[in-house]
Design a protein around this ligand. Structure first.
Ligand code: HEC
Length: 260
């Protein structure tokens, strides 16, 4: 029996060890940066969120929808925290179809805070047809949907390379060292100085990638800060409770004579 347990544990450990090794060898190590929102006390960097929205709307939004976000989310606590006026002005730049009016006609009007982010395409089919047969995924929760999360999307954005010698790519296919299979049908969306940040930050590729991924991490988990706050309070509460329990135990047992 003992030998059997030994054997089973050796098999188990080697599977875990070699399995992990094989996995790390196969996939390239992801790039990372000093994310403000990682760790137990992590918070989103407001300025980065606002810049990230700018990158999304000026660059990514021409292909990727974010249909679970509303313009009012941009002004909510824990998010980019644009002022309500700013969020209204942002919304008003977009047109939505509404109606029918009293004559039974649909009409377009500027978006309001309560409207969802306007999508670049009418439907998925149009999105696929416009992108050489590949579907640009909705980005509302994309950071959560990919293993590697923020680091993965950050790496992907900075992972465009010339294909290695001997590899030829079809038209509309690009080489990216972090994409599964290395072939991606999204052209490199970022280039040095592509946008002019409203706050004057220099728009390097790394900066834009960091900001847009921060924005996407927030959209995938808008309550992260609230969750961290609750976690922190719960820990303080438990510490106080432990101290009280300890003190009352001391007191209760103090009446009992120790046996010598
Ligand atoms: C010209 C259109 C276009 C633009 C602009 C664009 N994308 Fe994409 N994106 C695509 C397409 C198409 C795909 C699907 C690629 C595939 O499946 O090969 C994609 C896929 C992705 C993926 C998923 C990769 C995966 O693991 O499946 C991420 C993440 C992504 N884009 C992020 C971004 C970000 C961030 C921006 C803005 C900085 C952006 N994209 C701008 C077209 C675009």
């Amino acid at each position: 029996m003992k030998n059997f347990i030994k054997l089973i544990s050796i098999i188990f450990l080697s599977v875990v060890f070699f399995g992990q090794k094989a996995f790390t060898e196969e996939s390239k190590k992801l790039l990372s940066t000093d994310w403000s929102f990682k760790g137990y006390f992590g918070k989103f960097d407001r300025a980065s969120l606002q810049r990230g929205y700018q990158v999304y709307t000026e660059v990514c939004a021409s292909c990727h929808s974010m249909k679970y976000l509303s313009y009012r989310n941009l002004a909510e606590e824990g998010g980019p925290e644009f002022s309500e006026e700013e969020a209204k002005a942002i919304a008003a730049n977009f047109e939505v179809i509404d109606g029918p009016n009293d004559d039974g006609e649909m009409f377009t009007r500027p978006a309001k805070l309560s409207d969802k982010f306007v999508s670049p395409y009418k439907n998925d089919k149009e999105a696929i047809a416009s992108n050489g047969g590949a579907y640009p995924p909705d980005m509302s929760v994309l950071v959560k949907a990919r293993s590697g999360g923020a680091d993965y999307v950050y790496s992907l954005l900075l992972g465009y390379e010339d294909p290695p010698a001997g590899v030829t790519l079809d038209d509309g296919v690009y080489y990216n060292s972090y994409m599964y299979g290395n072939n991606i049908k999204m052209p490199n969306p970022l280039s040095e100085g592509l946008i002019e940040y409203n706050d004057g930050t220099i728009a390097t590729e790394e900066q834009m990638a960091k900001d847009v991924v921060t924005f996407l991490a927030w959209s995938a988990e808008p309550h992260l800060e609230a969750r961290h706050k609750i976690g922190f309070k719960a820990i303080i509460y438990l510490i106080i409770l432990t101290i009280l329990a300890y003190l009352s135990m001391k007191r209760l047992w103090s009446r009992i004579e120790p046996k010598v």
